[in-house]
Design a protein around this ligand. Structure first.
Ligand code: OGA
Ligand code: NI
Length: 384
């Protein structure tokens, strides 16, 4: 039996160990975190620069992800800024993006309220590794794995056939209605960004959307809840990863920082602008753009003073169409770097293994003649 098939059947089952809610651990008042959450020394959150914390030692001065004003009239200016941000950083903050600021605040608060409901009311939504939908506390099914300091809620917004209100929280009372409206506005913004991204790659405006499956794209929401942590220097809220899907629109906490983006082997703490969305390129757009745009590694740190809530909205290709480098971007000088794969196949690996830095997308690289430096690890299916 192939490794893939064996692991697919593993995904039908439940979590390998009893689920522990990080929020319950935090609320219990422990002063030391369980060893399951202690990261190896090399993975702990040292070596950090925050934009405000840079001193003269870093000659470039303040380093922070670019801010793009989507409200400006000059579309070629917006396109150029997005293009630079996606090549250099894989991340940018979007302001004047058209999503209602009040709705953004309401969405974050309704989810904060959900996580503060009594455990008996949340438990019925507990998720399984098969679809991950619902209330969860771990990513990946590896027994004995070191876990991240966070709980989350994951749900499908699109396609409509996967959207199931029964799997969305019934409480707080406005939750479903707020998610519905929030999803609608964020999908509209994502559609607009897809056009800007296509044009900024020199492609027709509708290119990426068509490659993603037109109206049949997927969209899902993961709400991350990072409880207070008594030993934040020993663990992470979310381990380094690149987002597997197309593009992520993140609504960060309005006053607690935590997201860090990898930049030249350092971790930069993002300082969110008010009512901005943090947009990042996922692995599927890295593949489609033949690595012109980068899906950059990021992680989340936690702190002992305050909890943090973020809403990550993932805009993904239809799950069963092949995604490979756009032929318009493949030339003799820049040959195709990746073998095509469907998002369904790709996501299976993420679901089994949990966050693994850039391992997954790098594993997709087509075998290259020796002497070239871009991987040569073969198809992801050959990885054990
Ligand atoms: C994610 C993610 C960042 C954050 O959910 O994929 O990277 O700030 N979240 O919570
Ligand atoms: Ni992410």
């Amino acid at each position: 039996m192939s490794v893939l098939v064996k692991n697919m059947s593993a995904l039908q089952q439940d979590w390998p160990e009893p689920v522990v809610r990080v929020q319950s651990l935090s609320d219990s008042g422990i002063t030391e975190i369980p060893s399951r959450y202690v990261k190896p020394i090399s993975d702990r959150p040292s070596d950090v620069i925050t934009p405000s914390g840079c001193d003269g030692f870093f000659s470039e001065g303040v380093d922070s992800i670019p801010i793009v004003d989507l409200g400006v009239e000059d579309t070629s200016e917006v396109r150029d800024q997005v293009s630079r941000a996606c090549r250099d950083w894989g991340f940018f903050q979007a302001v004047n993006h058209g999503v209602s600021p009040e709705l953004m605040d309401r969405a974050r608060e309704v989810w904060r309220q959900f996580f503060h409901l009594p455990m008996e009311l949340k438990r019925p939504y507990s998720n399984s590794p098969r679809t991950y939908e619902g209330y969860g506390s771990r990513l990946g099914i590896e027994k004995g794995a070191i876990l991240d300091w966070s709980d989350y809620y994951y749900l499908h917004y699109l396609p409509t056939c996967l959207k199931d209100f029964n799997k969305w929280p019934a409480l707080p009372a406005s939750c479903r209605e707020v998610i519905e409206e929030y999803g609608k506005q964020v999908v509209a913004l994502a559609g607009r960004l897809m056009k800007i991204l296509s044009a900024s790659l020199g492609l027709k405006e509708d290119f990426l959307q068509r490659e993603f499956g037109g109206d049949d794209i997927g969209a899902c929401l993961r709400v991350n809840f990072y409880p207070r942590c008594p030993q934040p220097d020993l663990t992470l809220g979310l381990s380094p990863h690149s987002d597997p899907g197309g593009m992520t629109l993140l609504l960060p906490d309005d006053h607690v920082p935590g997201l860090q983006v990898r930049r030249n082997d350092r971790w930069i703490t993002v300082k969110p602008a008010r009512h901005a969305f943090i947009i990042n390129i996922g692995d599927q757009i890295q593949v489609l753009s033949n690595a012109i745009y980068k899906s950059v590694e990021h992680r989340v740190i936690v702190n002992s003073a305050e909890e943090r809530v973020s809403l990550a909205f993932f805009y993904n290709p239809k799950s069963d169409i092949l995604i490979g480098p756009a032929k318009e971007l493949v030339t003799p000088e820049s040959p195709a770097l990746y073998s095509p794969m469907t998002f369904d196949q790709y996501r299976l690996f993420i679901r089994m293994r949990g966050p693994r830095g850039k391992f997954q997308v790098d594993s997709l690289m087509s075998p290259r003649p020796s002497g070239q430096s871009c991987g040569g690890r073969g198809s992801i299916f050959n990885v054990d």
